[in-house]
Design a protein around this ligand. Structure first.
Ligand code: HEM
Length: 142
């Protein structure tokens, strides 16, 4: 069926929805952290009180990750070292799902109906793969 063949890949869905979200600028980062702190209030004290700088770092890193979704040889080792750095921020594997939920909630709020259930499914799949790579590297004996 032609429609099926023309279905965008997960990477394409992620690039498109992310491009729309970052068009809103710094707001995306702030929205992400307010979602995270609502979903997982226990993570709030892990971050500095003023979240702006952290929000910028997160956005830059997500931009980089999304730019490299088609370059696993580069992406995987970078994601692994990012995860290993997170051990010293006291991050546990159990925190990763809340970050994924907050990210998807942010896209849903930011894009409204332009963020489709297919887009959401693509984000869920890719975030699951990314967090698998990250948690396996940081917590190998789990
Ligand atoms: C895709 C997943 C994630 C990405 C892209 C990401 C990105 C970043 C970046 C870029 C930094 C700046 C410092 C550095 O590069 O080492 C950072 C710091 C941090 N992240 Fe993440 N992170 C992720 C997952 C998580 C998770 C699951 C948590 C758990 C709550 C978390 C909590 C923190 C904390 C507490 C800091 C340090 C804040 C500070 O003291 O300045 N991150 N993260």
């Amino acid at each position: 069926m032609a429609e099926t063949l023309e279905e965008p890949s997960d990477d394409v869905r992620i690039r498109r929805s992310w491009a729309k979200a970052v068009a809103a600028g710094d707001l995306v980062g702030r929205l992400f952290y307010s979602n995270l702190f609502e979903i997982a209030p226990a993570t709030r004290p892990m971050f500095p009180e003023v979240i702006e700088d952290q929000a910028k770092k997160l956005l830059q890193t997500l931009n980089w990750i999304i730019d490299h979704l088609d370059d696993m040889e580069t992406l995987v080792p970078a994601a692994e070292s990012l995860a290993i750095r997170h051990i010293r921020y006291d991050v546990k594997a159990e925190h990763y799902p809340a970050v994924g939920e907050a990210l998807i909630a942010t896209l849903r709020q930011g894009l409204g109906p332009a963020f489709t259930s297919e887009d959401e499914a693509a984000w869920l799949r890719v975030y699951a793969q990314l967090s698998q790579v990250m948690t396996t590297a940081a917590y190998p004996t789990r």
